[in-house]
Design a protein around this ligand. Sequence first.
Ligand code: SAM
Length: 212
Amino acid sequence: VDPTTIDAYDLAPEGYASEWDDQAPPGDLHDLLLRHLRPGPTADIGCGAGRDTAWLVDQGFDTVGFDASEGLLAEARRRHPAITFRRSVLPGLAGIADGSFRNVVCETVVMHLAVSEIPAAVERLLAILRPGGTLYLSWRVTEGADVRLGDGRLYSAFPASLVTAALDGAVLLHDSEGASASSGRTVHRLVAAKPGLYSPWGPTSPEGSTSP
Ligand SMILES: C[S@@+](CC[C@H](N)C(=O)[O-])C[C@H]1O[C@@H](n2cnc3c(N)ncnc32)[C@H](O)[C@@H]1O
């Protein structure tokens, strides 16, 4: 985790939440998720103020939002009181058991990690999926060298191959890079399926889920 990034989000959670809410709806993200996710317990890792978590719940996915920023989690709970939001931090994701989720969504989060932490984060995102589960993972693309914005947030620069190499046997179902319909920034998006047959009964109960 990059503590300076989390401090930046903690300092002005309402401001960031309003900024994301003011952006156009992420129709491109929604299309991909509707195409690739399947019913079952779903984690939104790095959920921010819960905009996508709420959309997932509205689509019928039993979704828990996780984030490293207590400030953004408080904002998410205030905006979406019926949804469960918990603190968990990449790359370790302590408190989330292996094999907990049918779907894992991680929208524009991993670029806030040091490059050296990104492979472990990707491995952990796959580990919390059930066999046969779906990982949606995206990041904002920074060319050249890492950038730290004036507010303290880190945007690491890394090649997509750093992520795909860490996918460890997962089958890549989608791989694209382009301007986000929501923020207009360049975003790289991947969808991958974890090897193994999905069983609706699953190996463990979904950690933190509202229903088993
Ligand atoms: C650009 S925002 C994206 C928020 C949300 N996914 C969305 O697309 O609206 C990045 C989010 O990642 C969270 N974050 C940054 N580093 C994290 C880490 N190491 N573990 C968990 N969350 C992290 C931030 O607190 C913030 O909510």
